[in-house]
Ligand binder design. Structure first.
Ligand code: ACM
Ligand code: ZN
Length: 437
């Protein structure tokens, strides 16, 4: 096997895949990986001739995708020791640069080995972004050295709502978190597979697990347990308390140090404001900053951390509820709300004014829902420009791409994960890669 140094991780995957699947050392003898800077990012040329295989790409992702295509072309021969690969000449590149999966590891925790397996499956489908939803009301899933109490308290809960036939709370202690070492290994392995891991620290809502560990940075300051049930919690972070800003900056310092991605997701969805309405500190902050109301306070809170992270060279992503006219124009929006919530025109307006957007579709890309609601055919009908109508032709490039979404309230293990995700994710992956149906 010959390989340009810059593409070596793709060659490594080639060897690993083929040994794993076919135990065929010889398969690698006439294989060449070479660099051609004239190809676009992620583009590849795969040339299979009777006695050689040649892969050309401008960077490692393209070489990985070519390797995965090769894997998909393989058939086992009639004789057990032969692999058959059709002679082909393929030149291909993706429709969107952002082809992602939102994976909620808070409601149910999928450990580092499960994530590695999932990354391998994503790479096979040429999906290149794993957006890890690392914390929510039901658990905080990453080691933070500055605040061990987060992992001691916020990473575990004393039961989980189940609904197998009837609804009940199982009463079992449940939880876990990724150590920093595990995250570092995951990030490296992901990059070898052509995937970038984007961390999400959802703020200021979906944070009641943090509040359970640190009630002092909530408005009510009341000690609460990590949630066993699902849905939307009103125990959100206090946006008037300067300690909240300090704690979150310290957490973000460790997250940005841990994840090399230039992107970080700060959530911003489903943050009910009733506690802010009656909190002295939140109301004082609204006055001090001359803000219109509690929604504007969320905008201020979001901009504050976006500015903090921009100084570290990070681009911030937020769920579309965080959109308002004062939101920093560099914040990328991830659209998710169903059309019936009436927010699509707001997102479209932002896109037409230059904001970058990632599109999810509650009715088509939410794989936590049953197949009766979201069958494969519906996933195949997903198109970002159908979900968001009215984008001006010269603004279409503001749509970076799309993410399918795996919320895990009712996905406790690998078996249910695979049932919910496959085959729907194949339809999704095809839609974000192909230019034509
Ligand atoms: C979401 O589904 N709350 C982003
Ligand atoms: Zn408050």
């Amino acid at each position: 096997l010959k390989c340009d140094e810059k593409l070596s991780s793709a060659a490594k995957i080639f060897s690993k895949l083929f040994n794993l699947q076919f135990d065929e050392q010889q398969a690698t003898s006439n294989v060449e990986y070479s660099l051609d800077k004239n190809l676009a990012e992620e583009e590849y040329i795969l040339s299979v001739k009777p006695d050689s295989i040649k892969i050309t790409a401008s960077e490692v992702k393209g070489a990985v995708w070519a390797t995965q295509t090769l894997r998909q072309l393989c058939e086992k021969g009639a004789k057990e020791d032969k692999i058959l690969i059709p002679c082909v000449e393929i030149r291909d590149k993706p429709r969107f640069s952002w082809r992602g999966v939102t994976f909620d590891v808070s409601r149910h925790f999928f450990d580092a080995n499960e994530i590695k397996r999932f990354l391998e499956l994503m790479s096979l489908l040429k999906l290149n972004i794993l957006h890890l939803h690392l914390c929510d009301d039901q658990g905080f899933r990453v080691e933070i050295e500055k605040y061990p109490i987060l992992n001691e308290i916020a990473s575990f809960r004393d039961g989980t709502l189940r609904r197998d036939g009837k609804k009940y709370i199982d009463g079992n202690r449940y939880g876990g978190f990724y150590t920093k070492k595990e995250i570092r290994q995951m990030v490296v392995y992901a990059a070898e597979l052509g995937i970038q891991i984007v961390p999400e620290i959802d703020l200021p809502g979906h944070t009641s697990a943090i509040v359970a560990a640190m009630p002092e940075i909530s408005c009510r300051k009341e000690k609460i347990p990590v949630r066993k049930e699902f849905g939307i919690s009103t125990d959100i972070l206090c946006a008037g308390n300067s300690d909240t800003y300090t704690v979150i900056k310290n957490i973000l310092d460790e997250i940005t140090e841990l994840f090399p991605s230039e992107y970080i997701h700060l959530g911003g969805d489903e943050a009910p404001k009733q506690n802010w309405k009656t909190c002295e500190k939140c109301q004082a902050k609204i006055k001090e900053k001359n803000l219109l109301d509690e929604e504007a306070l969320q905008g201020y809170f979001f901009n504050y951390f976006a500015e903090y992270l921009a100084k570290k060279g990070k681009k911030v992503i937020g769920w579309n509820e965080c959109l308002n006219d004062t939101l920093d124009k560099n914040i990328i929006c991830q659209h998710w709300t169903p059309v019936t919530m009436g927010k699509n025109p707001i997102t479209v307006k932002h896109i037409n004014n230059g904001r970058k957007v990632i599109v999810s579709d509650f009715l088509k890309t939410y794989f936590d829902y049953p197949y009766a609601m979201t069958p494969v055919k519906k996933v195949f009908s997903f198109d970002p420009f159908t979900t968001l109508k009215g984008i001006e032709p010269d603004k279409m490039q503001n749509v970076l791409g799309a993410e399918c979404n795996i919320w895990t309230e009712w996905i406790p293990d690998r078996e249910k994960l695979d049932f919910n995700v496959f085959p729907r994710i194949l339809a999704f992956a095809e839609n974000v890669w192909r230019n034509e149906k």
